[in-house]
Design a protein around this ligand. Sequence first.
Ligand SMILES: Nc1ncnc2c1ncn2[C@@H]1O[C@H](COP(=O)(O)OP(=O)(O)O)[C@@H](O)[C@H]1O
Ligand SMILES: C[C@@](O)(CCOP(=O)(O)OP(=O)(O)O)CC(=O)O
Length: 217
Amino acid sequence: MSGERSGGVPSVGAFDITVLAMAKGPCLVLLCSGKRKSGKDYVTDRLRDRLGPDVCAILRLSGPLKEQYAKDHGLDFQRLLDPSEYKEKYRSDMIRWGEEKRNEDPGFFCRIIVDGASQPIWIVSDTRRRSDVDWFRSSYGELTQTVRVQASEATRRLRGWAFTPGIDDAESECGLDHGMSFDWTITNDGDSEVLNDQLDTLVDFIKLKLTQWEHAS
Ligand SMILES: Nc1ncnc2c1ncn2[C@@H]1O[C@H](COP(=O)(O)OP(=O)(O)O)[C@@H](O)[C@H]1O
Ligand SMILES: C[C@@](O)(CCOP(=O)(O)OP(=O)(O)O)CC(=O)O
């Protein structure tokens, strides 16, 4: 169940849970959002560390977006994935490019990232727009839960953030600021004990859902 591996080979438990997830669909879809440098990637990575990669998939809407944008513009896809200045240089144009795609088809990136996900717990690490939330809610209904990662501007500045007009005041950063009530809010201001306590509570909830899901016919 925990996805433990022995000698690099998936355990029977891990295999079973994958088969179950492929047959039943996901157990829980966590839609994670937060401002730049709030720690969305950090927090979602820590959640997956606790649950194990056989149980938990991190799905990034920006993954297929960056991949196609990199191909079209002759850029280094891997470098666009890092929390680096390279990504920041292209962010504004990637936003414009992604919005063109979403305007044609709001589910475009959502469908790509869920395709083939074989784990029961899905964490979408970068939900930014109401259309993303709407797509997941209409596709997975009550399996969806929203998670907001929160950090103060001071903390985000320490992590390299600086307010950039056209980005920090646009839909990409502000699309979920109003009209949403989040199921979970994780405060990630640098105190690891505070963060761990919040993750413990969320992981307990996820494990409970997993147990119910495994035993439901
Ligand atoms: N609780 C934390 N402890 C240590 N470093 C953190 C923490 N949260 C975020 N960071 C670091 O801050 C930077 C920005 O975090 P990241 O997860 O990339 O933010 P986002 O995905 O929201 O832009 C990264 O270098 C990350 O490792
Ligand atoms: C064009 C983007 O997808 C770029 C997002 O890149 P990341 O998801 O890596 O960003 P942060 O983690 O918040 O720094 C934004 C969008 O509006 O789609």
